[in-house]
Design a binder for this molecule. Structure first.
Ligand code: FO1
Length: 356
């Protein structure tokens, strides 16, 4: 099988790779193509939940895990039943350690629901489904935070116990919370909007409370400064990526390294593969397409990866000053996610304008 088509980005060339080792055909899962990517470069990924988790699982299938750092959104984090819940960190960690529920994309595979069933009988809060196995993680995190550990410490401990060798960094250890202004109504908390209301309410604004005083988590800025490639995963640009970029120093770091940054559009054919991203774009005044995504990323990314069905948008996006790579972006299984990750790495390694 041929590798993904590199459309408007120049074809891969080994000439612009410095002294390096390469990934050849045999190092990739079958069918990943024969183009070459150095295997000694550090990769940082700005990540939200399900889309980012699938992308990371694809990347980690073939790329040296210890060279990959994910900087993960924590503005969805909240408290329920007295527990500290970090949905995006958990979704990423469960997915890359092959423990995720494949049907939902979040929570654990092989889960049981005895606690929720009992809680329902008592009339407790069951709108946010926490399985028995998942609850163990929340108990652990809550206890460690109460003992004075930071979210970064706890995340490192969880990763170590699950054998995750890629680095997972909370974007910040400071408490930040996404809130959405509902049209003609008040502000609502993110999980209330997203889960309790099934993201059905029209919104007119988004804010990240606490972000003004939030500093990047330990290792976040160094990992972005030292990365040879920074990838913005196919996550919701407004409520997953933006709360990471808005933390002091992160957007500026990406802007100063723009030629190393490639973003992947989570919008395909005008719709988000999961969640309300495309509707949110429209409600907040952006075009409901990859063009709207380009608008949000043109100051931080040199290249936007868009799906084949959106090839016709390429020239409009490029006229905004962001180059495009057209490829298959649907991550319906880990093999396809690995193809996308490989195409994403290659487009920077092969880009004439790129630094590599
Ligand atoms: N999403 C839902 O739509 N319904 C749920 O009941 C739900 C429970 C849940 C539990 C743990 C967890 O880590 C994630 C969970 N999610 C649930 C997903 C989640 O809250 C959202 O997808 C993200 O916050 C958006 O990135």
């Amino acid at each position: 099988m041929d590798g993904p088509a590199l459309s408007t980005v120049s074809q891969p060339s080994v000439n612009n790779c410095r002294d390096c080792r390469y990934f050849h055909l045999g190092h990739y899962p079958s069918g990943l193509g024969s183009q070459v990517v150095p295997e000694d470069r550090r990769v940082a990924v700005i990540a939200g939940g399900v889309g980012a988790a699938k992308f990371l699982r694809g990347l980690l299938k073939f790329y040296p895990n210890e060279l990959v750092t994910a900087v993960v959104n924590v503005a969805d984090d909240f408290h329920l039943h007295g527990l500290s819940i970090s949905p995006d960190l958990d979704t990423v960690a469960y997915t890359i350690s092959n423990q995720v529920n494949p049907e939902t994309g979040w929570g654990r595979t092989g889960e049981s629901w005895r606690v929720m069933t009992e809680l329902e009988k008592l009339g407790g809060h069951t709108w946010f489904s926490l399985g028995d196995l998942d609850l163990a993680l929340h108990l652990y995190r809550t206890q460690r935070l109460a003992e004075g550990a930071t979210l970064s410490d706890v995340t490192r401990e969880i990763c170590a116990s699950w054998g995750i060798t890629a680095k997972l960094l909370p974007a910040t250890d400071t408490k930040i919370s996404t809130q959405l202004k509902v049209r003609d109504k008040d502000w609502v908390d993110f999980q209330d909007y997203f889960v309790a209301q099934q993201h059905s309410l029209p919104i007119t604004d988004v804010r990240f409370s606490g972000i003004e005083s939030a500093s990047p988590g330990p290792g976040v800025i160094p990992s972005l400064e030292e990365a040879d490639i920074i990838i913005i995963a196919p996550s919701n640009p407004i409520v997953s990526v933006n709360p990471v970029l808005e933390i002091s120093g992160i957007r500026e770091t990406l802007q100063s390294r723009k030629e190393t940054v490639v973003a992947i559009s989570p919008i395909v054919g005008g719709a988000a593969l999961k969640g309300p991203a495309s509707r949110m774009l429209e409600e907040l005044g952006y075009e409901r397409s990859a063009v709207g995504v380009a608008d949000l990323y043109k100051d931080v990314a040199a290249i936007l990866v868009i799906d084949e069905v959106d090839a016709g948008l390429s020239s409009r996006i490029e006229s905004e000053g962001i180059r495009t790579l057209v490829t298959d972006t649907i991550m319906s299984d880990p093999e396809r996610a690995a193809h996308l990750a490989k195409a994403t790495l290659e487009c920077l390694f092969s880009s004439k304008e790129g630094p590599l």
